[in-house]
Design a protein around this ligand. Structure first.
Ligand SMILES: Nc1ncnc2c1ncn2[C@@H]1O[C@H](COP(=O)(O)OP(=O)(O)O)[C@@H](O)[C@H]1O
Ligand SMILES: NC(=O)OP(=O)(O)O
Length: 333
């Protein structure tokens, strides 16, 4: 049993996609920071809006094919920019903590995705509602990540600026020729507390945007939850969300088609279809940089090891093929 859905004429030739009511595969897609800002990493409102409009196209195709889709996204550039604004305005308006900034980015990026995805679905004559869920992620107050800040946020600054900000008690790290970025605490995500809301919305037919920026980090306190100052890695949060909602497939979409062995060396080699064991060997041998490819590989390994059917790392344009196991670095359970 199926219906025919026209896809956007503006997105290539007008084509028709068979939407079967039986195709109810659940897919979680994590969109990287590269997909949410301009090509040069610029985070102007226009650059972000345009980047999101491009990023949602393959997602809209997937929704049109009948899949149940949850989208999650990074927030590193955006949350770092909010911290700077806080700092600059501190004498005029009270600064807000980092967890509030994280929640703010879920709203602003969520709004952009909601608007763009609804537009892309309408262009395909697909009438599916999209909901954005402000999502909390449980972390451990004793996580060592709180005393060893490693998560880069915001834009690149000069060494001189970084030194000036460092004098205010902030941690900054050099990224070579690109410059310096502020680094903040990034504890392990333990539980996506609002996953039941995501599950209910999926069952009701919504496309859901959730756990943006890895979720707002909270700890258990006073019989409830308190926000804590950190930024959770969105790939590690994505695999947890995918497990909580019983997703079949997790796709980590970034700006490279594959994770590579020997990345940046003359022996660089794309890793296509592979196994959890092989990826663990590559990781142990240091093939995946921490803070970029490292957590992506760790995320797909954790998902499949926990019973997930399929997980992939690939570029934005290849999301659909990766869901079918035909593109990117793919592992299966
Ligand atoms: N082994 C590797 N294979 C491929 N890319 C790698 C590898 N190690 C590090 N990278 C870098 O990881 C980047 C993707 O990670 P990141 O910039 O954090 O993505 P996103 O912002 O999309 O989440 C690639 O552009 C590449 O520069
Ligand atoms: N929270 C997070 O991991 O964001 P980025 O992917 O933008 O670094």
């Amino acid at each position: 049993m199926g219906i025919l859905c026209p896809r956007a004429a503006a997105y290539g030739k007008a084509r028709f996609t068979l939407v079967t009511t039986a195709n109810r595969e659940r897919v979680v897609i994590a969109l990287g920071g590269n997909a949410m800002t301009g090509p040069d990493g610029s985070a102007t409102p226009d650059a972000q809006r345009r980047a999101v409009e491009v990023a949602v196209e393959p997602v809209a195709d997937l929704v049109a094919s009948g899949a149940q889709v949850v989208l999650t996204h990074g927030n590193g550039p955006q949350v770092g920019n909010l911290l700077i604004k806080n700092q600059l305005a501190a004498r005029v308006v009270p600064p807000v903590p980092l967890d509030w900034c994280g929640a703010q980015t879920q709203a602003t990026i969520g709004f952009l995705v909601l608007n763009a995805l609804r537009g892309a679905l309408a262009a395909r004559d697909v009438d599916r509602q999209v909901a954005v869920v402000v999502t909390r992620t449980l972390v451990d107050a004793a996580d060592p990540g709180f005393t060893d800040p490693v998560k880069p946020v915001g834009r690149y600054f000069s060494a001189r600026d970084a030194e000036r900000f460092g004098a205010l008690g902030q941690s900054w790290r050099s990224f070579g020729a690109k410059g310096w970025r502020r680094v903040v605490a990034s504890p392990e995500p333990l539980e996506i507390l609002d996953a039941p809301a995501v599950d209910a919305l999926l069952a009701a037919g919504f496309v859901v945007v959730a756990a943006g920026g890895g979720g707002v980090p909270v700890v258990r306190a006073d019989g409830g939850y308190h926000g804590v100052e950190a930024v959770i890695d969105k790939d590690l949060a994505a695999q947890l969300l995918a497990r909580h909602v019983g997703a079949d497939t997790l796709v980590i979409a970034t700006n490279v088609e594959y994770a590579m062995a020997g990345y940046g060396t003359p022996d660089e080699k794309p890793i296509g279809r592979t196994t959890v064991a092989r990826l663990r060997e590559y990781a142990a041998a240091g093939h995946f940089a921490g803070g970029s490819m490292g957590p992506k590989v760790e995320a797909i390994v954790r998902f499949v090891s926990a019973g997930g059917k399929r997980a992939a790392i690939t570029s934005l344009e290849l999301i659909g093929d990766a869901v079918d196991g035909k593109a990117g670095t793919v592992i299966e359970g």
